[in-house]
Design a protein around this ligand. Sequence first.
Ligand code: DGL
Length: 268
Amino acid sequence: MSSALPIGIFDSGIGGLTVANAIRKILPNEQIIYFGDTAHMPYGDKSPEAIKFYSLKIAKFLLDKNCKLILIACNTASAHAYHELLHFLGDRIPILNVIDPVVDFMVQSGTHKKIGVIGTKSTIRSDIYAKKFKEADPSLDVSSLATPLLAPMIEEGFFNNNISKTVINSYLSSPKLKKIDSLILACTHYPLIKPEISAYYNGKVDIINTAEIVADHLKERLKGLKLLNEEPAKRHQFFVSDYTPSFAKSTRLFFGEKIHLSYKPIWD
Ligand code: DGL
């Protein structure tokens, strides 16, 4: 396989662009093909069956685009569809999720004992973080809280203001998150409110930015597979299953620069 082929990245919408952004920073030679399933967003309140169905269609699309690897840049789809996609892709191309690299990173760091996790209803209901931490190190205490208002709030541009502060403070003051030493932002939208979350804890809790951990993991994985691209990247491509000007406007917040979104219905 040629290392010049693109990396396929997908999310329920535009939140996964935070991961794509972290990736382009540390892997500037890699071409990204991004698919945001804006027609079905949010995944956070969908059934596992629906999430599997959508994810499979998207993986087929990225495979047809000749991607050398697929990254599920969505915690909800990682929780419910990773094994399905692993099975579907077989030994054709590798697939990564955004959960395993974070669990490995935290277990290896060995400095966290009481870990909080915030994410969508569907991610938290799956209990995937607690299960994986338990397998890796049963001495860790993991407490998870669904924070369903955060993703739509961020997508509507409500952050760094009084409304977001009130919502964030109300979630973080939950008894479930008492005495945590670290908090995993288990939704790819949340890096945008990391400063507000850090401010709430006043530096006393380690806020885990999953986007950067996943980007580092991807780099190591590509290195191991001898698939790191040495040449300058071709232009990134961004597809969405439903186009609205408001998505187009929000992309700058998530990706750090203006990008062109192409409408691509893949459900026929
Ligand atoms: N970006 C998705 C995640 O990481 C959440 C948004 C949604 O509910 O679709 O879980």
